[in-house]
Design a binder for this molecule. Structure first.
Ligand code: 5GP
Length: 195
């Protein structure tokens, strides 16, 4: 009797997309998710925006030029991509496919337009919307980050309002009233067995 190859026995994992308005605290929740659930693999996006202080190329993002981003699109190496507040962001396709095939729960932290593209292409993914406890809280967080100009904050607030309206498109809404609690909820979604 021949035994199946070891990799034929791996059950592919499910993709989870975490979206929500800029400033809602997606990054902080994702950091906590990683701490609680080290088995998760979090995709590293490409972006044309400049690194913020403390950000390292290849860790938070792959920081690329506009020409490099064009090339990634032209060669179909992005699973989705979008322009957000004047900068481009995209998810490299191959690492996501590889980690899913290896059975690793995989998380994308992306904005709304990208989440919609994933829904088109990968309808079996689960879509989680991270919502602020209130709009006022969101405004305070965006202004308080202190890393953007007033124009950038305005652009992000405008986009955030449109994104808040889209919560009904998602499978699950998680309220970020408390980072640890919200992260624990995301972990339980990530590790849920798919029937
Ligand atoms: P930031 O510049 O604050 O790091 O990110 C701005 C927005 O871009 C956030 O809402 C973040 O979730 C989103 N984002 C980060 N990476 C990607 C990506 O690969 N694709 C898309 N569509 N959005 C992304």
């Amino acid at each position: 009797m021949t035994r199946p190859a070891a990799d034929a026995m791996v059950t592919p994992a499910r993709l989870t997309v975490l979206s929500g308005p800029s400033g809602v605290g997606k990054g902080t929740v994702v950091a906590e998710v990683r701490r609680l659930f080290p088995h998760v693999w979090v995709s590293i996006s490409c972006t044309t925006r400049k690194p913020r202080p403390g950000e390292v190329d290849g860790v938070q993002y792959h920081f690329v030029s506009d020409a490099q981003f064009d090339e990634l699109i032209a060669t179909d190496r992005l699973l989705e991509y979008a322009t957000f507040a004047g900068r481009r962001y995209g998810t490299p396709r191959k690492p996501v496919e590889q980690h899913l095939a290896a059975g690793r729960p995989t998380l994308l932290e992306i904005e709304l337009q990208g989440a919609r593209q994933i829904r088109e292409r990968m309808p079996d993914a689960q879509f989680v919307f991270l919502a602020p406890p209130s709009e006022r809280e969101l405004r305070d967080r965006l202004a308080g980050r202190g890393t953007e100009t007033d124009d950038m904050i305005e652009a992000r607030l405008l986009q955030a309002r449109a994104e808040l309206d889209a919560r009904t498109e998602f499978d699950v809404v998680v309220i970020n009233d408390d980072v640890e609690r919200a992260a624990a909820e995301v972990v339980s979604l990530l590790s849920a067995v798919v029937s």
